[in-house]
Design a protein around this ligand. Sequence first.
Ligand code: ADP
Ligand code: MG
Length: 328
Amino acid sequence: MLEAMGEFDLIARYFSRPTQKALLGVGDDCALLQPRSGTQLAISCDMLVAGRHFLDDVSPIRLGHKALAVNLSDLAACGAKPLAFTLALSLPRIDAPWLEGFSNGLLQLADRHGCELIGGDTTAGPLNICITVFGEVEGQPLLRSGAKPGDDIYVSGHLGDARLALGALLGQRALPADLLEQARMRLECPEPRVALGLALRGLASAAIDLSDGLIGDLGHVLRASGVGATLQTKALGSLLQARIHPQWPQLSAQIKVLDEVLSGGDDYELLFTAPAQHRDAVTGAAAASQTLVTRIGHIDAHAGLRLIDPHGGLVQPTQTSFDHFRAA
Ligand code: ADP
Ligand code: MG
């Protein structure tokens, strides 16, 4: 019976669900969305390619989660509330257990954020997942271009652990089993900071989500805003969660904390700026959204990025960010 499952059975079985927010979901030539009056649609698209964005043996549940999480992270960065998404899927074969896991991981995260699957496309081919997400912005969206000299710079959550896991999975380093599992969750199951993004509207002057590493992504904010930045290495060092592991003293000899935090990709945390007079309000937004937020530096009028150690000395980063076309 499963062998006989075709494209339309597959869509009906794994990807068709009733919608509440959308006027029309899966089943016709188009889905229909009716944005509420006074709101703007925020739209973002992210593609995940096997061997490039994920390892072939990743669990389908986690892959389904991550495929949507990276898109919700873009909505979070704009201060948008998730509404709906489409799913374009290229599959080498119809593998029922894989589809079961993938759709469960995907739809559980979708349900948690009230984001409805309203359509897509399904084809045979190399494993490739492309999601377009639609969100609703009330009032001003958060953008990369609003950072002003004197603003504080913050990041949510922890940074660098996803890249630690990737290094271990690629055999470049060994990690204790419990630490690997914890770091692997960061790589394979990122939690999009949607509630924080919503709470920052009206407080943050600029925001971006961190997918390609802090240095590169902060660079986008600096260029879009026409400003520079100074970061404190002490605050940055605290962001790697692996540092609280009991075996950290032995591990620290082979792990360069600052490189992992500054250049590791796949963190899906928010980086944002806010005027200093909003410090208490930012703390309140972090508490209300139950998200760790760390102040890591400030925006300068002078272009470029400077790293300052606890003694006031300039530090030179050894690595920059990830670029798909520059990576080997
Ligand atoms: P068309 O050929 O008219 O573009 P399709 O035959 O590709 O339509 O798809 C039929 C319906 O199923 C459409 O509503 C489409 O949006 C939906 N659909 C196709 N693939 C998926 C998928 N992977 N997830 C969700 N909906 C899908
Ligand atoms: Mg059509």
